[in-house]
Design a protein around this ligand. Structure first.
Ligand code: AHR
Length: 493
């Protein structure tokens, strides 16, 4: 049996929300401090304290939305500690992540400035676990109220005359765990209460996101949708890819076995099941799909790099991570009727990062390149596809994974992943419904020789995209040979 894909280029299934290509930056390890923020007095070239090299790299991938300040940090964060003159800001302990001193130099104003520089929408996560209703309510007032009020006046004293536009607001994070160890029923009631006082001021309309389930905890979604579904715009879910059965079996990010490769792919493919099952529950309470499923933390989680602080979650990033990213993003695209946002964890120096830094050095990771290749899908129309894929004898997995979209220039973009690390795969792609009888094809590929290949500060271009030409075109049928462990973008026009 051959691998076959039929792409119905004339059947649009809806829009792939650009926010599926969102990112997450927490006060964790060297993500905010060192990774993004170095301060105005740093010898590392910066603009208003944000390092220029990282900013430039991140601008290239068109980050649509950025989630902050956590994560677990969000439910310990008191926003008033992070405003006003920096030298006066409170120094606190980041109890969750390494017990290091947090000087609060990066706060609300700095985050909003970063989003502005990136052209990204801010997504702020409020504190339910250890914060009060009043504190959350006042944060929204501080950021979005235009007129005279205690919080708006204070914002102006701190140098920001006009309110910011803030759409995405999360009411707590992982409230079943680090966000308060709550039961679903208790959190559902708290969600209802806290969100009441997160007001819409003027023309600022909040898109309120309720803290969602830990991976496959479907009861959480059931309870939240039943008790509070009508009071939310989005419900989150977190899912991390670890190769083992439990958190003690994460393994090295760069030095791993064939079995760990296969398990990583198997775990990534479970994203499909995760989305389908949470969506089925949501469909019961919200058949019109008004409430978005927000995958606001996802990505690989491996052992930290040897010799680094275990609380900093610093890991390298190989071609295996690129496959995880490519496959996950294809799955999100294909479920964009319900998935309205996804935020990979995390932007710089933490977990499955886009960028790694070491002092003044910086590199972009294989995962970054996938986001660069896949940005063509942002806000494009999802195309209907039919697939027939071979299954691997040993892993019983389908090794090819795909999504396709059409943009407003009438270009069809197809992203394909070959999850096999040791063999190439032939795929036949039929482009049904094309108006152009002799289409031109442009291809880009990300692959590498060895499954542990990654970019280092000395060799930053070991894994990078190149042109892909292994495509035969005959009428509207493409025959593609996908090399082992490859992510391919084909643009048809
Ligand atoms: O991304 C790291 C942590 O993973 C986040 O702080 C938390 O929400 C999740 O458990």
């Amino acid at each position: 049996m051959e691998n076959k894909i039929v792409i119905n280029t004339d059947i649009k299934k809806g829009t792939i929300n650009k926010n599926i290509y969102g990112h997450f930056a927490e006060h964790l390890g060297r993500c905010i401090y060192e990774g993004l923020w170095v301060g105005e007095d740093s010898s590392i070239p910066n603009t208003n304290g944000i390092r220029n090299d990282v900013l430039e790299a991140l601008r290239q991938i068109n980050i649509p939305v950025l989630r902050w300040p956590g994560g677990c940090f969000a439910d310990e964060y008191h926003w008033k500690d992070g405003i006003g003159p920096r030298e006066d800001r409170k120094r606190m302990i980041n109890t969750h992540w390494g017990g290091v001193v947090e000087n609060n130099h990066f706060g609300t104003h700095e985050f909003m400035m970063l989003c502005d520089m990136l052209g990204a929408d801010p997504y702020i996560c409020g504190n339910v676990g250890s914060g009060t209703v009043q504190e959350m309510s006042e944060w929204v007032e501080y950021m979005t109220f235009d007129g005279e009020s205690p919080m708006a006046n204070w914002r102006q004293e701190n140098g920001r005359e006009k309110p910011w536009q803030l759409k995405y607001f999360g009411v707590g994070n992982e409230n079943w765990g680090c966000g308060g160890s709550m039961r679903a029923e208790y959190y559902a009631d708290l969600y209802r209460r806290y969100q009441t006082y997160a007001r819409n001021y003027g023309d600022n309309k909040l898109y309120k996101i309720a803290g969602g389930a830990n991976s496959f905890d479907y009861n959480w979604t059931e309870v939240l949708m039943r008790e509070a579904g009508r009071m939310m715009d989005g419900l989150s879910v977190h899912y991390y890819t670890i190769p083992g059965e439990n958190w003690s079996e994460k393994g090295s990010a760069t030095n791993f076995s064939e079995d760990e490769w296969t398990k990583t792919m198997q775990k990534t493919l479970r994203t499909e099941e995760l989305i389908q099952k949470h969506s089925t529950i949501m469909d019961k309470y919200d058949p019109d799909k008004r409430v978005g499923l927000i995958v606001d933390e996802w990505g690989t989680w491996f052992d930290v790099e040897p010799g680094t602080n275990p609380g900093f979650l610093y890991q390298q990033n190989t071609i295996r991570d690129a496959l995880v990213a490519g496959v996950s993003l294809n799955i999100f695209n294909n479920h964009s009727d319900r998935v309205q946002m996804a935020n990979i964890a995390q932007t710089v120096n933490v977990l499955q990062a886009m960028v790694l830094t070491e002092g003044e050095k910086m590199l972009v990771t294989p995962t970054y390149h996938v986001f660069d290749m896949y940005k063509v899908h942002q806000d494009a129309a999802l195309l209907s596809i039919e697939t027939t894929f071979q299954k691997d004898d040993i892993s019983n997995l389908k090794n090819v994974n795909v999504s396709a979209s059409k943009n407003d220039k009438d270009q069809t973009n197809v992203t394909l992943c070959n999850m096999k690390h040791d063999s190439a795969t032939n795929v036949s792609v039929e482009l049904r419904g094309l108006t152009n009888g002799s289409p031109s094809i442009k291809g880009t590929i990300l692959t590498s020789e060895n499954k542990g290949d990654h970019n280092t500060f000395d060799h930053p271009d070991t894994v990078k995209p190149v042109n892909f030409e292994d495509v035969k075109v005959e009428n509207n049928r493409l025959t593609v040979t996908l090399p082992p462990m490859s992510v391919v973008l084909l643009t048809v026009e």
